[in-house]
Design a protein around this ligand. Sequence first.
Ligand code: NOJ
Length: 546
Amino acid sequence: MPTAPESGSPSPTTAQREWWRDAVIYQIYVRSFADSNGDGEGDLPGIRERLPELAELGVDAVWLTPFYVSPLADGGYDVADYRGVDPRFGTLADFDDLTATAHELGLRVIIDIVPNHTSSAHRWFAEAVAAEPGAPARSRYIFRPGRGPDGDEPPNNWESIFGGPAWTRLKRPDGTPEEWYLHLFDPEQPDLDWTRQEVHDEFDDVLRFWLDRGVDGFRIDVAHGLVKDPGLPDIPEGQKAGLLNGTNRLPYFDQDGVHEIYRRWSAIADSYPGERALVAEAWVEDAQRVARYLRPDELHQAFNFEYLNAEWDSDVLRQVIDGSLAANGVVGAPTTWVLSNHDVTRHVTRFGGGEDGLRRARAATLLTLALPGSAYLYQGEELGLPEVTDLPDDALQDPTWERSGRTERGRDGCRVPLPWEGSEPPFGFGPDGTVPWLPVPAEWAGLTREAQREDPDSTLSMYTAALRARRGFAALGDGALTWIDAPPGVLAFRREPGFACAINLSEDEAVLALTGELLLASGKVELRGGALVLPADTTAWLSIGY
Ligand code: NOJ
């Protein structure tokens, strides 16, 4: 087989530092990271106390999931006040302290912004509900009369991502039904109407509010959803979108108008000193559509959900890797790589669970961290945490559980509080006696950070070594890769200068003609007589000379 051409290309702008091009960004799910006051929910002071441990791990930045004032109908992605910290997570002063500490430790801080919808507890929505149909206060959201003779059918057939119709009908205090409002997610998350200038102005101001406080960037929630086809047309049967899965073009996702919004946001971010980064959560059709969000005057990064959703198969992965690098290369943007987040089953479990799942997860991590570009880690993956699949029904909080008629358990299993130390749940998540908002499994005693720190074979030690190597090795991070010939089921590539990575996704041991110095491996590998012997589901990093 001929050697493949180089994939991806360094951008013309790499001369500038642009920290986000190769950053490893660690996602903190605020409610489940560390609880400083023992109320069972993580908080900003808890995060601040633990930041040195993230600096020790070797990440470049943290991304905080929403900590704003919220009824938490959707874990905080239902914001009631975009400029306030929810009291259960702390105060604005706590946020400022956290940011200052992060910066002292050399960590950047990215926060979430949720522009597609507010909480139904937001002042604007209360005003809309109190107003009459057609009143200006209603025009900030998407209200419409119903269909059918009595208006008792929803305005169109769109479905909520969490199940059920995407429309809810308002009732007057005396019970008389009136208009419907759109919510692509939970009924407690009404969609904003981005044709209104007031909505644009409000978010410009919210961005500035946090940029003024020193944030290094924003992760934009449902970045592809803000603009709807103005006709609000019905969608074809069976075309509903699934969370993080954008295989169909829909009249409420990926409309051209969203790009205008990001050009403006990019200009706002650029008007601040330093390099502020904007990352899109955009689950759109394919890598080319994702890349449109990354054109030079738009956003800096987008999550690579095609990579996250890829099967454990060498051909599929190679195709996704090549496709992402090529699409992003066209617009000069770095590619990101992500395996887990707060919306998906943790990858140890996705890859089969148990020892097999962990072995593959470790291999996938070393692949991820060797690819050109930037990587996102989700809290707890550095400990090899699996999904918790047996949470009691009455503990479940994800709206998916109720909206699906209790048929889909939702995303709580990847949001279980982190185990830090000690031998009893909740393992130092909070002060002694803390009852965490979701129960922490007793079996995690061996997975605490404390239990793994001194063990050279632990998953934590592997992550720490990989992140150290990423900093030490010029070949890693931004740049290009060159595929190396490899047996079926194996992917191998070079990064210049002098680095190679090989992953065996097959079920059998593989032997590759590759020599050099072994830098790191996810399992037991051997360099024998000019060849690399790679067991199944294992990745190796090599220094191969210049
Ligand atoms: C994507 C977020 O990651 C998810 O947690 C949330 O439910 C939806 N957007 C709605 O905001």
